[in-house]
Design a protein around this ligand. Structure first.
Ligand code: HEC
Length: 437
């Protein structure tokens, strides 16, 4: 087992109490991830609908409408991403930074990958008419954008998992190591499914409106058709979450789970039964004049809130011991450097008062073996002073790398760690002391 790295933190207080920052992180994160879901899910929908439109021309109309909303949702995702990114950096500086550094290439690659995906989404959207005679090329543009967008959450999930597992920091080098960490792949599929569910519900509400259907000019699709289409996918994918969700809990290291975390997640899962039954009702016996979308959205929001809180609590529990170790290392470092400052001040005070700077160094390093007048393990200082009278540098040279000189004496250990400057103070002190009395 490789050692767990315990880096030193920057000894700066948080800009505000965690009491405010943590709920802010959860809420800001949910707002951001909602639009990320709509962007990733929307891109997948555009691609699939366009693919299926060869047999159902109405799907091409729908695909184009989704593509129109996609670039708006993408901009929202970017703008709303700033707050959670800053908050997580502030609250988990050492952990988040370390994870990003360990997957450095992939993390940096997100910049061109995201920018590339966005450019392709715009190209795809604005070439709908011009590339109408080259459907494969047009579809391929969407396909590349989707592939790039699918890569992004993988990197994020690998990193936010890696940041919670300091015990793996020594063995992870790059994204592909991090992807195989516990729970990363289940979390990825959990996220992708959530993207499909949310985009489907968005589809029900936005494209399932009578007004939209009238303007779109479908050949056969009606508003209830569209709602049914999106509800079916939302419902089926939601059922899958009951398999993926528990898989995450089972694959996550158990030491971050406690009753509170499990209860929060369980409450979220129980709440989710209601909106999913409502989706099923919408498929079985849809209401004539409206959909249950509002109820479904409110209840799913409650589920997402529970999951986000559970996830935050898990991370907090899991990281608590490591954060304590970091706090200790930081305090140690602080006191080490205040010790160094204290030593420097002591030296200048001793020099100013005319007392020997060498004395405390001698007492700490040499006194165990050397006394003034009698032989201890080494010879007395009087004997040393005889040999090195007027030659303190000779003592320094000896102490840096002692030879073997006297019969019946053991080998003296070397003191080059002290450095020539300190040893010179010691040498002066030895000659001074031996000369007294
Ligand atoms: C672990 C015991 C030990 C410590 C600690 C120790 N010495 Fe010694 N020292 C000896 C012994 C043993 C000898 C005799 C070695 C020999 O002659 O072979 C010796 C010899 C010496 C000599 C005589 C060299 C000579 O040319 O005859 C000097 C000078 C000296 N020590 C300086 C120091 C200084 C300065 C320190 C502290 C920085 C120090 N020693 C710490 C054991 C020690």
């Amino acid at each position: 087992m490789l050692p767990v790295p315990v880096p030193r933190d920057i000894p700066l207080p948080l800009p505000a109490d965690g009491f405010y920052l943590e709920p802010l992180l959860i809420v800001a994160f949910i707002a951001h991830i909602l639009f990320v879901n709509l962007t990733v899910g929307g891109a997948v929908y555009v691609f699939l609908l366009q693919l299926w439109s060869r047999r159902r021309p109405d799907y091409a109309v729908l695909a184009r409408a989704v593509a129109q909303t996609l670039t708006v949702n993408k901009s929202m995702a970017v703008v709303l991403g700033v707050a959670p990114l800053l908050l997580i950096n502030v609250l988990y500086t050492v952990h988040f930074y370390t994870a990003n550094a360990l997957t450095g290439m992939a993390w940096i690659a997100l910049v061109p990958v995201i920018a590339g995906a966005f450019v392709l989404l715009y190209v795809h959207k604005y070439t709908w008419v011009r590339l109408a005679h080259r459907p494969r090329l047009h579809l391929a543009i969407a396909g590349v954008a989707v592939a790039l967008l699918l890569f992004v959450p993988l990197v994020f999930l690998a990193n936010v998992s890696l940041m919670m597992m300091p015990e793996r920091w020594s063995s992870v080098a790059g994204l592909w190591d991090a992807v195989w960490l516990p729970a990363v792949l289940p979390r990825y599929f959990h996220f992708m499914s959530a993207s499909l569910i949310l985009t489907s519900l968005f589809g029900v509400g936005y494209f399932g409106r009578e007004k939209f259907v009238q303007q779109a000019g479908f050949e056969t699709l009606t508003a209830p058709n569209i709602r049914r289409f999106f509800y079916r996918i939302a419902f089926g994918t939601s059922l899958g979450q009951y398999v993926i969700g528990p898989t995450i809990l089972l694959t996550l290291p158990a030491d971050g789970l406690n009753t509170a975390v499990l209860a929060t997640v369980l409450i979220g899962a129980v709440i989710s039964l209601a909106p999913i039954s409502m989706m099923w009702l919408e498929l079985k016996e849809p209401l004539a004049h409206r959909t249950r979308l509002l109820e479904i959205s409110v209840l799913l929001t409650a589920t997402v809130l529970c999951m986000a809180m559970g996830r935050h609590a898990y991370r907090k529990i899991r990281l608590a011991p490591h954060q304590r170790a970091i706090a200790n290392a930081t305090e140690q470092w602080n006191s080490d450097s205040s010790q160094a400052a204290f030593n420097a001040r002591l030296r200048s005070e001793l020099e100013a008062s005319g007392r020997s700077v060498g004395q405390p160094i001698f007492e700490a390093n040499c006194m165990a073996c050397h006394a003034r007048d009698e032989r201890l393990i080494g010879p007395p200082l009087t004997e040393i002073a005889n040999i090195y009278a007027g030659n303190p540098d000779g003592i320094v040279t000896w102490a840096m790398a002692p030879g073997k000189k006297r019969e019946g004496f053991p080998q003296m250990p070397p003191f080059e760690v002290l450095g020539k400057e300190k040893l010179r103070h010691v040498a002066d002190y030895i000659l001074q002391t031996a000369a007294h009395k």
